[in-house]
Every structure is written in C-alpha cells, then in structure tokens.
Unconditional design. Structure first.
Length: 104
C-alpha cells in the first residue's frame, strides 16, 4: 500500500502538520509558516459547517417517533418523516464536505 506524504511539514521537526488552523506545530511547538496555515475564511467556513451539523445532530437527538394509533397501525406523520430525513441528509452532506476539506 502506498504511503501518503503530507503536503505541509513543520519547519522545526519536519513532521507532517496535523492541524493547519493553529499557529504552532502540535508536535514540537514551532511556528507554522503563514503559507502553510489555513485562511481565516476557510476556518470560519469549516466552523459554520460544523455548527450546522451539531444543530442537526441535536434536532435528531430530540426526535420522538410518533405514537401508534389505537387500532395498532403506526401513525404516518409525513412532515416529521421528511424533516428527519432532511436533517440526516444535511448531516451526511456536511460530514462529506468536511472530509473533502480534510483530504485537500
């Protein structure tokens, strides 16, 4: 299996940078050069996606499935089902976009 080479390395310890949104290497504490850091706009965008995913996750955690009707058949609440489905899709989409940003 081919080993992946990091795109950016620390100037102090020469290891691959673990987090490009911080100003110092997480291994040795050396300053990360400005050109290796993520742009503040990219960090803000990533944080906004993360916040949206957390809000979706919180809504899903609060979801209470509809109760069954008295005659025993499950209650079909179309609006709740669609809203929950959209929350799941939003959370999956946000996770995939974060994964794409990490792999860049």
């Amino acid at each position: 299996m081919k080993e992946l080479e990091p795109k950016f390395r620390c100037v102090g310890c020469k290891r691959g940078l673990l987090n490009r949104s911080v100003a110092r290497c997480l291994y040795c504490g050396a300053d990360v050069p400005e050109e290796a850091r993520l742009a503040p706009e990219a960090i803000a965008q990533r944080d906004a996606v993360h916040a949206r995913m957390e809000a979706s996750r919180a809504r899903l955690a609060q979801y209470v499935p509809p109760k069954q009707k008295e005659e025993g058949s499950p209650a079909l609440d179309f609006v709740d089902g669609v809203a929950t489905g959209l929350d799941v899709i939003d959370m999956l989409g946000g996770g995939l976009s974060l994964l794409g940003q990490v792999l860049d």
